[in-house]
Each structure stands twice: as structure tokens, then as C-alpha cells.
Design a protein around this ligand. Structure first.
Ligand SMILES: Nc1ncnc2c1ncn2[C@@H]1O[C@H](COP(=O)(O)OP(=O)(O)OP(=O)(O)O)[C@@H](O)[C@H]1O
Length: 232
């Protein structure tokens, strides 16, 4: 994003943000309530229009980007519940659609990816249960599995630890550790780094819709790998 601005209800909620998320980065977006973190994430994904500036996903503006299977988005709140009850497996399988041919039924690879995603978040035993009957922390894991089912290169999570107990936060850290070890890119909105701290490569702090501070904590695993692998 370059000079990204977003106006909501006549108010400038993002006031000129320059942010680049590199391959293999594990970037934590922090900042006080109302500083614009969710707005920034949604604007980066093209879910909110910019009133100024420009943003690109893998080199394309969001309206021209087609390869949505490369991105897994875990929103802050559950879009599920209320409506038709769906099983954990059904919700997770819906995350596979961006990778599937539109006219073909799920292949063995699709089913294996869904099983693998459910296993990664430790919900194999609950796969046939109604997702809306699970606890908040477990529902969060269902949404994470839904994002993982598409085998994305980049995963974006808005406050994955909000309202989640310590045990589930540790479980998320383990799942994310596997993903970052595979060189995937992660963008997280976090109130506090908590158990995810050892995985974070960069923090970016927003205040009043602007970037107030940026810190690099460690080299991104993929960047380190590339440096190590490149000829001297
Ligand atoms: N649809 C909307 N219309 C008008 N204002 C909005 C809208 N959505 C968000 N805002 C305002 O924009 C500001 C930034 O909101 P945003 O949710 O991006 O902040 P945040 O940093 O993610 O906050 P939190 O940590 O509380 O989730 C807030 O002041 C919020 O009230």
C-alpha cells in the first residue's frame, strides 16, 4: 500500500499509510482501539475502497487480482452462526472453493486439504459437530482451518487471540509456527504479541490511522532461507 487513505462516514480512518508486506514476513499490526487496524487489513485486501493512494496484492490492484486462493483471510468476528447450521467440516471445506474448479466436485486432494486443515487446528474429533455449538476459541480455530484449507501463500488474521483462552492461544502459536516454518506470509492484527511473539518478524503500530512505529524483530524465515541459499 502506498499513501493509502480510507474515509468512513466522512471521517478519514486511514490517513496515508505506506506498508509493504514481504514474502515470509510475519507482521503484527498493533495499536490502540479505533486506530484503524481492521480498516487497514480490509483495505489491503480490497474489501474497502481507498479514497486515496494505491494498494496491490501480488502486483495487481485488488479489483484485477484473481488468485484469491493465495490469500487466507480470518475475519475478526464470526460470519457463521445464526443461519443454517453447518458442520465444522462444511465450514472448513468452504475455504477450499477458491482452489476448486467451479464445475467439478471435491477431489481427493480437496478432501485431504480439508482434513489436514482441521487436524492443524486440533479439531479432528469435532469435524461432524455443528460449528455454531463450539466455544468462541474453537470457532476461531474453525475459521483458521477454513483459511488454511485453501493452502494459501499468505494468511491474514484479525485479532485471532481476542477472547481466546491461554491454551487456545498456545495452540494457535503452534499452528502458526508450522505455517511460518513453511515460509508462508502472515499478517496479524494483535493487541499483544503474547505467545506469538517468537514468530513475529515485524511489528507495525498504527495510531490515528497512521503508522506511528515500525520494528523489525528478526529476519523473515523465507528471506533467511533465500540468503543462505544464494551463491556467495
Ligand atoms: N463502517 C464504519 N463507518 C464509520 N466509521 C467506522 C466504520 N468502521 C470503523 N469505523 C471507525 O474507524 C475507526 C477505526 O476502526 P477500526 O475497526 O479499523 O480500528 P481498530 O484499530 O481495528 O480497532 P479495534 O482494536 O477496536 O478493533 C474507529 O474509530 C471506528 O469507529
Amino acid at each position: 500500500m502506498t499513501g493509502g487513505r480510507v474515509r468512513l462516514d466522512g471521517r478519514e480512518v486511514l490517513a496515508g499509510v505506506d506498508l509493504s508486506v514481504g514474502a515470509g514476513d510475519v507482521l503484527a499490526l498493533t495499536g490502540p482501539n479505533g486506530s484503524g487496524k481492521s480498516t487497514l487489513v480490509r483495505a489491503l485486501l480490497g474489501l474497502l475502497p481507498l479514497s486515496g493512494g494505491r494498494t496491490e496484492i501480488y502486483g495487481r490492484i485488488p479489483s484485477r487480482f484473481r488468485d484469491w486462493g493465495r490469500i487466507g483471510y480470518v475475519p475478526q468476528r464470526l460470519p457463521m452462526g445464526g443461519g443454517v447450521p453447518a458442520t465444522v467440516r462444511e465450514v472448513v471445506a468452504s475455504g477450499r472453493t477458491a482452489r476448486q474448479s467451479r464445475w467439478r466436485p471435491a477431489s481427493a486432494a480437496d478432501r485431504a486439504a480439508v482434513d489436514h486443515a482441521i487436524e492443524a487446528v486440533g479439531l479432528t474429533g469435532r469435524a461432524r459437530d455443528s460449528a455454531h455449538l463450539l466455544s468462541g476459541g474453537q470457532q476461531q480455530r474453525v475459521l483458521i482451518a477454513r483459511a488454511l484449507a485453501g493452502e494459501p501463500d499468505a494468511i491474514v488474521m484479525d485479532e485471532p487471540n481476542a477472547g481466546v483462552d491461554a491454551g487456545n492461544q498456545e495452540a494457535l502459536a503452534r499452528t502458526l509456527g508450522t505455517l511460518t516454518g513453511e515460509g508462508r506470509t502472515v499478517l496479524l492484527v494483535l493487541h499483544e504479541l503474547g505467545p506469538l511473539e517468537p514468530l513475529i518478524t515485524r511489528t507495525v503500530r498504527l495510531e490515528g490511522g497512521r503508522i506511528a512505529a515500525e520494528t523489525r524483530l528478526r529476519t523473515a524465515p523465507r528471506a533467511a532461507e533465500q540468503t543462505a541459499g544464494s551463491p556467495a
